[in-house]
Ligand binder design. Sequence first.
Ligand SMILES: NC(=O)c1ccc[n+]([C@@H]2O[C@H](COP(=O)([O-])OP(=O)(O)OC[C@H]3O[C@@H](n4cnc5c(N)ncnc54)[C@H](OP(=O)(O)O)[C@@H]3O)[C@@H](O)[C@H]2O)c1
Length: 256
Amino acid sequence: MTLLGQSIIVTGASSGLGAHTVRLLASRGAHVVAAGRRLERLEELAAGLANQPGRVIPVRADITVEADAEALVAAAVAAFGGVDVLVNNAGSEVQGGLEQLSRADLEGMLQTNVVGVFVMLRAALGALRESRGCVVNLGSTVVGRPPHGRFGYVASKAAVEAMTRALAADLGRDGIRVNCIRPGIIPSELRGMTEDQERERFSTGLHFGRQALSDVGRGTDIAEAVAWLAGEGGRWITGAIIDVDGGLTLGLADPV
Ligand SMILES: NC(=O)c1ccc[n+]([C@@H]2O[C@H](COP(=O)([O-])OP(=O)(O)OC[C@H]3O[C@@H](n4cnc5c(N)ncnc54)[C@H](OP(=O)(O)O)[C@@H]3O)[C@@H](O)[C@H]2O)c1
């Protein structure tokens, strides 16, 4: 299955990994519905990709709202004839340990990272059954190596992994593949800084003691993995949890 002409929904496309993924998919000829709550950002992204072989349609949507999710799917069906791939990339994080994180903070993360994936999947299920399509969920390496003070986010991404495996089992007979990519540390706006500020911070070497490869991860590293899973390379892969992390999850030990 080539990416050329595929209809793909990418949530959380207004920044970071989602925007990188939209750029790469459009450059390979896939048609993309780019979703998020900040419409101006999506419009900017789409305008910058007007010359690419794939078309990009910006759609404002909150993934936790059923009507928005249904409108996203309807937009893909109307413009591109269906949904071949759903990339559940939108996510949010509030950091804090057990004594700092409020119940509202925890519920907010679970709403976006877990319920949002459910809402999107429910909305797209009919179209994915028709296309015998593919779902790519964005998890995180924090599930394998929990950092201090992030248990709420870790819990939400653990649920994404569990859902990935359970739904891969449920939907396999419909020909629908469900996989999860666990990014390592990729500079983005997730922690309240601009992507450039984050890149600057990581280039000082903060994490390199722990990561096997010494260079900073890029949004395109994740986008490439999404494209691979969505294309012919992923044809026989389902229920997989794939680390794309420069070897962060290896957990390099000090020499003893
Ligand atoms: N960067 C990393 O190091 C890293 C590592 C592991 C996992 N991840 C995961 O990768 C994914 C992308 O993260 P990122 O680093 O690119 O962060 P980001 O730049 O903050 O992007 C998150 C995106 O999610 C969207 N979003 C949040 N809540 C939403 C909602 N209710 N409805 C629709 N869209 C929503 C945001 O757009 P709007 O505000 O416009 O809605 C934004 O575009 C997330 O799932 C994140 O957990 C990232």
